[in-house]
Design a protein. Structure first.
Length: 177
């Protein structure tokens, strides 16, 4: 099972108006709706008012979970089987689905910072802004993309996690020396 696919945030009631069935997620500018990761939810986003009282929004029928920490957007976890939103890459709509392969991801995003293969599951880790933004692509069966996670200070930003994944590359990635 993937990193955040087992993430238990507890079920919270939410106003269906807070959820957006056509949520846009920009995977290169790190923006969900109109809210950049690491910023306070923008009032124009359907989910903004929800976060005045709650720290997570998980409309399962729409295939995503959003979370805030200390009042700023912390992560987006997307389940492709149910996600009906729009992915943007370099300002263009990019179709990603459960038929997307790791080769497709390589052709769009290049080589990942790190790849993890465990019991047939593949997780591709892309690290941006010197490791302060992490983009993960999960292939639980090793072939079909099922989950995408975009998060601040991701899993590999922690030394112990890098050690557990056997990461042997310099950290933070992209740092100018």
């Amino acid at each position: 099972m993937g990193l955040l696919s087992s993430f238990n945030t507890g079920r919270q009631n939410f106003d269906v108006n807070a959820a957006d069935s056509r949520l846009s997620v920009d995977l290169t500018k790190f923006v969900v709706g109109s809210t950049p990761l690491g910023k306070e939810p923008w009032d124009g986003d359907s989910f903004a008012s929800h976060f005045e009282k709650h720290t997570t929004l998980k409309p399962e029928q729409y295939g995503y979970e959003l979370g805030v920490e200390e009042g700023v957007l912390d992560y987006a976890f997307l389940t492709l089987e149910n996600f009906r939103g729009i992915f943007l890459v370099d300002g263009k709509s990019t179709p990603l689905s459960t038929s997307t392969t790791k080769e497709d991801i390589f052709s769009i995003f290049g080589e990942p910072y790190w790849s993890d293969l465990d019991d047939g599951e593949i997780i591709l880790f892309y690290e941006y802004l010197e490791g302060t933004i992490e983009l993960q692509f999960e292939f639980p069966d090793g072939e079909h993309l099922e989950f995408i996670t975009l998060m601040k200070d991701g899993v590999l930003s922690k030394q112990k996690q890098r050690e557990s994944y056997g990461v042997n590359k310099p950290w933070p990635p992209g740092k100018k020396e």
